[in-house]
Design a protein. Structure first.
Length: 291
């Protein structure tokens, strides 16, 4: 086994230990279990999964909390069932992982202020929305009415304000980054603003892996599942792709079926075909599967 595969195996072992843990294991205990130094484990885990071991454990529990809240569970019950020792520990991190308090999220975003704008692209209309904490939605559609209806469906009780003239820096930054990375603009890509998207730990893993697929290349659901160390989770990979709320920022269009056919895409198969063809023309050396 080469060094890269050995490291992947060790990191997957650490991730599974976190998944099974009721209480977040200390970094030292986790490092001892996988025979790495704490500092090496921290750096390697963050590179692989996009977050520290402690953040991963917290995101996993917030995923359980989110599901329970959406199913209508009482906030107190959901908090304790997800493994949090007290409500105060949830509220310490809910701004970053839910974008709002648990009660507000359960109530369809009640109390959250969402600002958004739309713009034209070669793929149709693009909507970018933000809370005070980060980007919460990037979607494609045929017209503004369709895009605004989707935003209202996701956050039915939040306030929605359209901002075009003098629109906020974060909204412009996302639009500029997408235009630059997809070749719609010659302007250098700005840094991506913070994100404010509630997701499970597994969804974050999948989305992070998708960002590592080079432009012009694709992977199948099964290939990505194997890469993540969960070879039987192709269907779950598909569900994570389907729940992606950040079109083009998280490139789920680069996932295809096992036979190479396009499969579906939340924002339309025709757009997916056009986007992949455009990326392949820009990256002529790209392949169907990239390591």
């Amino acid at each position: 086994m080469n060094a890269r595969l050995a490291t992947e195996s060790v990191l997957e072992q650490a991730r599974q230990l976190i998944e099974r843990a009721e209480e977040a294991p200390t970094l030292q205990a986790l490092a001892d279990a996988v025979q790495l130094s704490p500092s090496h484990l921290q750096r390697a885990f963050r590179r692989r999964f996009g977050m520290s071991p402690a953040e991963y454990h917290r995101a996993r529990r917030f995923g359980q909390l989110k599901t329970a809240l959406r199913q209508g569970a009482a906030v107190t019950d959901a908090v304790y069932d997800a493994g949090f020792g007290s409500g105060s520990r949830v509220y310490e991190h809910s701004d970053r992982l839910l974008g709002m308090t648990p009660a507000s999220y359960r109530a369809g975003g009640a109390g959250a202020d969402i600002r958004y704008t739309t713009t034209d692209t070669p793929l149709g209309r693009l909507l970018v929305a933000t809370t005070s904490r980060g980007i919460c939605s990037v979607t494609l559609g045929d017209n503004d009415e369709e895009l605004e209806a989707r935003l209202a469906e996701e956050f039915p009780r939040a306030t929605h304000e359209r901002v075009d003239a003098g629109r906020e820096e974060w909204l412009d930054a996302v639009i500029a980054r997408i235009a630059s990375e997809l070749g719609w603009s010659d302007t250098a890509a700005p840094e991506l603003p913070p994100l404010d998207v509630a997701a499970t730990a597994f969804q974050w893993r999948v989305w992070n892996a998708l960002t590592r697929i080079p432009s012009g290349s694709t992977k199948s659901y099964g290939e990505l599942a194997a890469e993540l160390g969960v070879p039987k989770a192709a269907r779950a990979i598909g569900q994570a792709c389907g729940s992606n709320k950040l079109a083009l920022i998280v490139p789920c269009h680069r996932i295809v079926r096992e036979d190479g056919s396009l499969g579906g895409w939340r924002w339309g198969v025709a757009r997916k075909r056009e986007l992949l063809a455009s990326e392949h023309r820009k990256e002529p050396g790209a392949s169907r599967s990239a390591a």
